[in-house]
Design a protein. Sequence first.
Length: 61
Amino acid sequence: MPIPADQARLIAGYLLDQFEQEVSTTKAVLAALPAGKEDYSPDPRSTPALKLAWHIASADQ
């Protein structure tokens, strides 16, 4: 059952706003990764920073 065009535009606008916010947040998190500290992890069982950053950057693909 198709939805009316005005409702589709409303939903698309909402989703686009959410997506743009997520992109902004992801960019800020990745930019905060300090150079030279790519192997940092707070605990030996934790994922290293670079591996975690790669996961964040590629998770949406």
